[in-house]
Write a protein that binds this ligand. Structure first.
Ligand SMILES: Nc1ncnc2c1ncn2[C@@H]1O[C@H](COP(=O)(O)OP(=O)(O)OP(=O)(O)O)[C@@H](O)[C@H]1O
Ligand SMILES: [Mg+2]
Length: 365
């Protein structure tokens, strides 16, 4: 049975529809990432589930029961707020205990539970400190301990790592994954950071303007985005706009782009497309030096000739920008380890990618 189910949930603020007919279900023990741009309704959705915001229509069910009339503390849901809102006048231990007291956890159990939670988030020994005496990362851990302390059926985490710098964010992300696994919580993690969403979630739900636009495994969302918005929002991408010229066997079509290049795409839907947006992920593109000689023609392969515009070695990856005729720029991401010595600004180079790696979005959608 689904631990949580939203059926056609809508919330308006005046004329603005913040959550627009959202349907969502989540099975026990699963982690769902809710991803979307600022203002798309992520926090509002979590607040509705937790009972802090009332919805205008639709149904919220927890374990098969409509919880619309229940107050937050009656819902067995732990919410980590976007700003994590620790009480400044309470110590770490008192902050963690807060929800438990509110929900009537027996006093005899509370001290051992605080100990257990603080050990889980690696904050043992800091019971007596006040939030102002903690780093951002430590505060975030305490907020997590507080959200998990009541052993909630559903854990809602709103941007749980947002206050941290990039490095700590990645470290704590891995820890968070482990913690969620160890408590076997059914979780929704809200983030606008796509890497975080893809790494934390068993499944990812992408929202846009109050609506769910796609749900899938991280791999599905990245490799088969439902529309242009998802493709653009998740991962990096190069875009062309083109019109079909020829159709070949095996689902391959060729497109002439606005810049006059020919790009071949292999896709089940290519038959339907007249004009389309073509998306190529930067890591799908290989670079072949001029010196490597001619590339054998292959109807399912694209070869675009350009000039290296910029090379940025970014740790494990190298980002290479190629300028194509017509000044179109193409981002190519290669592993630093494969670095081609001759790829330096000003060099002619060929960008090679498979027709099957071109994502196609028909204009008519
Ligand atoms: N209490 C409120 N009164 C009026 N409008 C609100 C209220 N809360 C949210 N909104 C509006 O509803 C929309 C959705 O807000 P929400 O906080 O859910 O976005 P979000 O996806 O969490 O964004 P962010 O990534 O910036 O946190 C926004 O346009 C916001 O301005
Ligand atoms: Mg928010």
């Amino acid at each position: 049975m689904n631990v949580l189910e939203l059926k056609n949930v809508t919330k308006k603020y005046g004329e603005h529809v913040a959550v627009d007919g959202v349907c969502l279900d989540i099975e026990k023990g699963k982690v769902l990432s809710l991803l979307g741009p600022s203002g798309c309704g992520k926090t509002t959705t979590l607040r509705i589930i937790a009972g802090f915001t009332s919805h205008d229509s639709g149904i919220v069910e927890i374990s098969g029961k409509n919880v619309g009339h229940l107050r937050p503390y009656e819902r067995n849901v732990g919410l980590l707020f976007q700003d994590y809102a620790l009480f400044p006048h309470l110590t770490v231990a008192q902050n963690v205990a807060y929800g438990m007291r509110y929900r009537g956890t027996p006093s005899s159990v509370i001290p051992s539970r605080i100990k257990q939670m603080l050990s889980l988030v690696r904050m043992s020994g800091m019971e007596g400190r006040y939030p102002a005496q903690l780093s951002g990362g430590q505060q975030q851990r305490v907020a997590l301990a507080r959200a998990l302390a009541t052993d909630p059926q559903i854990v809602l985490l709103d941007e749980p790592l947002s206050a941290l710098d990039a490095k700590l964010r990645v470290e704590l992300r891995i820890e968070l994954k482990e913690i969620l696994r160890s408590v076997d919580a059914t979780t929704i993690v809200v983030t606008h950071d796509q890497e975080e969403a893809l790494s934390l979630g068993d499944e990812v739900v992408v929202m846009q303007a109050g609506k769910i636009v796609q749900r899938g495994t991280p791999t599905q969302i990245y490799a088969a985005p439902a529309d242009k918005f998802v493709a653009e929002f998740v991962g990096r991408s190069n875009w062309f706009h083109g019109a079909t010229r020829d159709r070949f066997t095996g689902g391959v079509s060729s497109y002439i782009t606005s810049e006059g290049a020919e790009i071949r795409a292999k896709s089940a839907q290519s038959e339907q497309c007249g004009r389309a947006d073509l998306c190529i992920r930067p890591e799908s593109i290989e670079l072949v030096e001029e010196a490597a000689g001619a590339i054998a023609p292959d109807p399912e392969r694209n070869v675009l000739t350009g000039v290296v515009f910029d090379v940025a070695p970014l740790g494990a990856d190298v980002h290479v920008v190629i300028e194509l005729p017509g000044k179109t720029r193409l981002l190519v991401i290669r592993k630093n380890i494969d670095r081609i010595p001759a790829v330096v600004p000003g060099q002619s180079v060929r960008a090679v990618f498979a027709a099957s790696d071109v994502l196609l979005f028909s204009d008519r959608r």
